[in-house]
Write a protein that binds this ligand. Structure first.
Ligand code: SAH
Ligand code: SF4
Length: 425
């Protein structure tokens, strides 16, 4: 680990990406030492009750102590952020050894960590196979800004949906991520940024000047979170638990392509901010771009949005709108968008399309995007796009594992626009 921190502290002068060579045996070993052993069950991602039950079932904690022990572990896991039982100092040595024998609390293996000159970070995490199958790799991205740091998290490996402009949509669903895997993306990122108590932030890291290094999370990586509802719910309830990771629910945004039956539950049972991947204002076009629209057409989607629990002008829904040249980017489309959203407390995020090899779509011209944005601004929706910052390493979320080539302008803009959706406060 030390070696990584030392590399990260190298003064950043150019715009080249800083990339760690984790193929070097020594570095990989250091990270692998903490990587999860698939054979043992993880305690991360369990509710308090499940945690207590697991301790009793393993026969290492008597029933009458279970609640207290679960609380103790919860504190170590989610407040202190430890990933090794040996560091739980107020737990006896014998119990620590028993815990170690039965369970794991390790983080996933970090295959690669890249740091951009503007502080943006991207991790490639490897998770063990669950049952049959192979290990899976997913990407998690961090963007620091003035006053906030946003982490983009994945919910599935691949996706069952086939949105025609989305690269993930061309990949089959490999599997759902577990609550543990969703949470450890956040916990590993907090490790690497020194965002747990008594931890140092690596020298030279770019993080918000005050407050938490990761203040916001967006479920906008790979996958459709509402097709993995239970695990996403468990993970987000733990992430927002006030006695643990303590992220405000107003700073957690879940993005969905429009799984209408789960939208109300998202507000009721999870209570986080909602983003809708809208992208079109009529059913014919949306059927093509976001095929789940055939199942849940716009009328039903907008009705579900209007009924979203807790919706108000202070808690708006974000509507994401990808700008596709000559497809959905005319002023007529902008008018239709405003009409469609009339009366819904809404924010609009224009996302410049991020092209990928093999796609037939192109990103709208910059001028067209600006005109579209002006129309929307005039209708009372503030700053739907922003000027890009230098981003040199990243593929936008929702696009897995692109090479670590320099980021193109459209890629940077797409990523930036998506991240804005996560800025609940
Ligand atoms: N499956 C969820 C969340 C992940 S995608 C959803 O669809 O909402 C996060 C956002 O990125 C979505 O709005 C998605 O439509 C958008 N997106 C996907 N591919 C893109 C691309 N190539 N360029 C720009 N935005 C894209
Ligand atoms: Fe899946 Fe979202 Fe991509 Fe559609 S946009 S294919 S729902 S990840």
């Amino acid at each position: 680990m030390d070696r990584l921190v030392a590399t990260a502290s190298t003064p950043i002068t150019g715009i080249m990406a800083l990339s760690f060579d984790l193929t070097a045996d020594t570095t990989r070993d250091a990270l692998r030492a903490r990587a999860a052993t698939p054979a043992k069950a993880s305690l991360v991602g369990l509710t308090r009750a499940e945690l207590a039950a697991a301790l009793v079932a393993a026969g290492i904690v008597p029933e009458r102590q279970a609640k207290m022990r679960a609380q103790q572990l919860w504190h170590w896991l989610y407040v202190r952020g430890v990933s090794d039982f040996a560091h739980m100092f107020n737990i006896s040595k014998d119990l620590r050894a028993a815990l170690e024998q039965h369970f794991t609390i390790a983080r996933p293996e970090i295959v690669e960590e890249q740091i951009s000159s503007d502080g943006t970070r991207k991790w490639l995490f490897r998770f063990p196979p669950r049952g049959a199958g192979r290990p899976v790799e997913i990407e998690t991205v961090y963007i620091p800004e003035e006053g906030r740091g946003t982490l983009c998290i994945s919910s599935q490996v691949g996706c069952t949906l086939t949105c025609s402009f989305c690269h993930t949509g061309t990949q089959k669903l490999v599997r759902n991520l577990t609550a543990e895997e969703i949470l450890t993306q956040l916990m590993s990122a907090r490790d690497r940024l020194g965002d747990f108590p008594d931890r140092d932030t690596p020298d030279g890291a770019i993080v918000p000047a005050e407050g938490r290094k990761i203040s916001n999370i967006v479920m906008m990586g790979m996958g459709e979170p509402l097709y993995n509802f239970e695990e996403v719910k468990k993970a987000l309830l733990i992430a927002s638990d006030g006695d643990g990771l303590s992220l405000s629910k107003r700073r957690i945004t879940l993005s969905t392509s429009g799984v209408v039956p789960e939208i109300f539950r998202t507000g009721e049972e999870i209570g986080v901010m909602l983003a809708i991947s809208l992208h079109a204002t009529n059913d014919d076009l949306r059927d093509m771009l976001v095929p789940i629209n055939k199942k849940y057409p716009l009328k039903e989607l907008i009705a579900a949005c209007r009924a979203y629990p807790g919706l108000s002008n202070a808690r708006r829904i974000t509507f994401e709108y990808v700008m596709l040249k000559d497809v959905n980017d005319s002023i007529e489309d902008a008018k239709a968008l405003i009409k469609l959203l009339k009366g819904v407390p809404a924010k609009i995020n224009l996302i410049p399309f991020n092209p990928w090899p093999g796609t037939n779509y192109q990103c709208s011209d910059w001028e067209t995007i600006e005109k579209f944005a002006d129309y929307i601004n005039n209708a009372g929706y503030a700053s739907p796009i922003r000027t890009p910052r230098g981003r040199d390493i990243l593929a936008a979320c929702g696009q897995l594992k692109s090479e670590s080539e320099r980021m193109k302008k459209t890629e940077r803009l797409a990523l930036e626009a998506m991240m804005i959706a996560g800025h609940g406060e």
